[in-house]
Design a binder for this molecule. Structure first.
Ligand SMILES: Cc1cc2nc3c(=O)[nH]c(=O)nc-3n(C[C@H](O)[C@H](O)[C@H](O)COP(=O)(O)OP(=O)(O)OC[C@H]3O[C@@H](n4cnc5c(N)ncnc54)[C@H](O)[C@@H]3O)c2cc1C
Length: 538
């Protein structure tokens, strides 16, 4: 046998063994990467005991479970989705430092995941070989009620945070997202908003300090990192700059009783008049009133076989129902709000009500500590509206939504505190001048590529349709409603130009400052993803 032929047969034999063992060559490669990574972690961690317990290779029987536990979009949980070589789940800050340095030593891309709610899955999916740094073990919450502050680690969920605040005080809260399983690491580093944003602004408007690990493996607090970097990690997306370990937040006062309500109107009940007027009232009313508007095509109850549009106002008011009715009867009579639509409850109960328990009894508060979540296929997009949409245009929008059939819209009113904070105070620029944010939303449960194609086309078609009604130059978008349709980076030589395309949409005039911070802290772009802030070209 000729040497080349024997080499070829040897390779074929190896491949045959791998295939018959259902082991892919990348798996084999990942094992040796795992060994090298583990050795490095052991060397770099003091004390180095049990480091192997926090690292999962693909061969580990818990690997799939750890990976899937924090996947919140089924679109990125298919057999063809590329899997990480290794998942590392730090239990101490020093593990994070070692994980950063060892990934750098090995030249392997590091993805950072806290709650896993990224709408495009970019905390746990990548096109190149990668590790996941999964922060779920680092989730302590230390509330200091005297000082009205708390330190919260990145791996905590919003539900855990709300619950721990409530344990210490019934008259304090924190303005952040309405979904309790969202992670603090991604949410706060990407801005974070919830139903108190008109009264207290974004989550990041209430952040006092932070701890992070930079590309050199150093732990930096606000003083050590300096004001530029601190500014960047409160809204610019932490994953471009380092690993956020924890944030110190300022708690906000909430009344002992708040009021919630939900009111629905379809087109034959004058939904258009309600929505039209809502655009003027919701962004300018009492700062303690947040009236979210949900718009959904539904089957008509009155006209058989017909579709209609349902407008639902879901609201939180930081006060009692009499005060609320005095406001809404005067400012938005089109809503027809009545005392019997309103429920008074504690702020913490309102968190559960908002999480979808609005039609039944409120479950035990400990539900907020649950990390279980139902996971669907989904896609989101977002926009900002600066001029009210006319009734004629609303009518044509409803027609388009009914024609498409499934995609819904959520209007989130701004104004109040949001308009008082300068657009450059944090990287999040969408402040004064914005009436409301639109979220485009589609969820489905069928695991079928054709259905996925159809639904993705629907949401994109609606986004195209609304172009004349929303902000332009740039068409602004909210970072935490991640949308890879608006541009991505290959993180190669064109990363600056590529980054500008999505970066200006997410950050408007703040993009440039983010690039400067990035260039200073991570010039070689170790911390990167599909939509990260690029360093300036060298
Ligand atoms: C069901 C649902 C409801 C939502 N509701 C709201 C809402 O009410 N308000 C709102 O503002 N947003 C909301 N969001 C969006 C949410 O705020 C963002 O998806 C947020 O980034 C999620 O954070 P995470 O830690 O859970 O996600 P992850 O997927 O873990 O991370 C998101 C991004 O942050 C990076 N990141 C995560 N942790 C760290 C860290 N420790 N250091 C550095 N970078 C990190 C990741 O790499 C990724 O780029 C919702 C999302 C979902 C799926």
């Amino acid at each position: 046998m000729k040497p080349l032929a024997s080499l070829f047969s040897l390779f074929a034999l190896l491949l045959f063994i791998l295939v018959s063992l259902h082991v892919s060559p990348s798996w084999a490669a990942s094992d040796s990467v795992y060994d090298t990574f583990l050795k490095c972690l052991t060397r770099r961690t003091q004390p180095s005991d049990h480091v192997s317990d926090i690292v999962y290779s693909r061969a580990n029987s818990s690997f799939a479970n750890v990976l899937v536990s924090y996947i919140r979009n089924r679109r990125f949980n298919s057999s063809s989705t590329r899997k990480p070589l290794v998942i590392v789940t730090p239990k101490r800050e020093s593990h994070v430092q070692a994980a950063v340095l060892c990934s750098k030593d090995l030249g392997v891309h590091l993805k950072i995941r806290s709650g896993g709610h990224d709408y495009e899955g970019i905390s746990y999916v990548s096109d190149d070989a990668f590790f996941i740094l999964d922060m779920f073990n680092l989730r302590s919450i230390d509330v200091d009620i005297q000082k009205e502050t708390a330190w919260v680690q990145a791996g905590a969920t919003l539900g855990e945070l709300y619950y721990r605040i409530w344990q210490k005080s019934k008259i304090h809260g924190f303005p952040a997202g309405v979904c309790p399983t969202v992670g603090v690491g991604g949410h706060l580093s990407g801005a974070g908003y919830g139903n108190m944003l008109r009264k207290y602004g974004l989550s990041v408007d209430n952040v006092l300090d932070a701890r992070m690990v930079d590309v050199q493996g150093r732990i930096l607090d606000r003083k050590a990192m300096g004001e530029d970097l601190f500014w960047a990690i409160i809204g610019g997306g932490g994953a471009s700059f380092g690993v956020i370990l924890a944030y110190q937040i300022k708690l906000v006062p909430v009344p002992e009783k708040v009021t919630v309500f939900r009111v629905e109107k379809t087109l034959d009940q004058n939904a258009t008049d309600l929505v039209y007027k809502w655009q003027f009232v919701a962004p300018s009313t009492d700062h303690g009133l947040f009236m979210r508007l949900l718009l959904q095509p539904v089957t008509s109850q009155t006209q058989k076989g017909q579709k209609t549009l349902r407008a639902s106002v879901v609201a939180l008011f930081l006060g009692n129902s009499d005060q609320l009715l005095a406001i809404t009867n005067k400012e938005l009579p089109e809503m027809g709000l009545k005392k019997e639509n309103c429920t008074e409850m504690s702020w913490i109960e309102s968190v559960l009500w908002w999480d979808g328990f609005d039609e039944g009894t409120i479950p035990p508060l400990e539900t907020l500590l649950s990390r279980e979540d139902s996971t669907n296929f989904l896609k989101r997009k977002s926009d900002y509206v600066q001029t009210p949409i006319s009734k004629a245009n609303l009518d044509s929008l409803w027609k388009k939504m009914i024609e498409l059939g499934k995609v819904g819209l959520v209007f989130n009113p701004y104004g109040g505190r949001m308009s008082e904070i300068p657009a450059s105070a944090t990287p999040f620029p969408h402040r004064a001048g914005n009436l409301f944010k639109i979220q485009y939303s589609i969820n489905w449960s069928e695991d079928d590529p054709e259905i996925e194609k159809n639904y993705l086309a629907q949401i994109r078609s609606l986004y195209d349709y609304t172009t004349p009604f929303v902000s332009s130059n740039p068409r602004s978008t909210y970072l935490n409603y991640r949308d890879l349709d608006i541009g991505t980076s290959t993180n190669g030589k064109d990363s600056f130009e590529e980054g500008q395309v999505y970066g200006v949409k997410y950050f408007n005039d703040n993009f440039e400052r983010l690039v400067k911070v990035k260039t200073a802290i991570d010039p070689n772009n170790f911390f990167r993803n599909e939509q990260s802030i690029p360093p300036l070209p060298k």
